[in-house]
Ligand binder design. Structure first.
Ligand code: THU
Length: 144
């Protein structure tokens, strides 16, 4: 636990600085779980993606009656960021119930595509987390 060396000062809506440290990013990931659309699994997942300019994009899992169309929280956060023109990602926090939230294989491939050097914080609602990297989660990744 504890913060890694990369930290970011961000401004809130009234211009006060906010430090986006690991705890804050995990809290954002956990808070956004309230927006998860998961009527089938009833398993809300939240993600918060920190960009190098300090912007944070959150994401939740969005399920579908045709189960295979479900989109995971991590990919929602990444796709939101990319579609807003962001490409430099520093850290991704993910939380769900359980010990700590491990991104699925599909998400690992997508995370690697956009951020092969990113750090990942795998957390839970209690606030504890495991720190890792996409390189450790997806060794020998496929890329072109
Ligand atoms: N889920 C995620 O959002 N991220 C993951 O990395 C693993 C799984 C979601 C998909 C589905 O809505 C629910 O968790 C149960 O699998």
């Amino acid at each position: 636990m504890g913060n890694s060396k990369w930290e970011c000062i961000w401004e809130n809506r009234i211009g006060d600085p906010i430090l986006i440290d690991d705890k804050t990013l995990l809290q954002m990931a956990n808070d956004v779980r309230a927006n998860a659309y998961c009527p089938y699994s009833k398993f809300p997942v939240g993600a918060a993606l920190l960009c190098s300019d300090g912007t944070v994009f959150t994401g939740v899992n969005v399920e579908n009656a045709s189960y295979g169309l479900t989109m995971c929280a991590e990919r929602v956060a990444i796709f939101k960021a990319v579609s807003e023109g962001h490409h430099d990602f520093v850290k991704l926090a993910v939380t769900c119930e359980g010990d700590h939230c491990q991104p699925c294989g599909a998400c690992r491939q997508v995370i690697h595509e956009h951020a092969p050097d990113i750090e990942i914080l795998m957390g839970n609602p209690q606030g504890t987390f495991v720190r890792t990297t996409i390189r450790d989660l997806l060794p020998e990744a496929f890329s072109l």
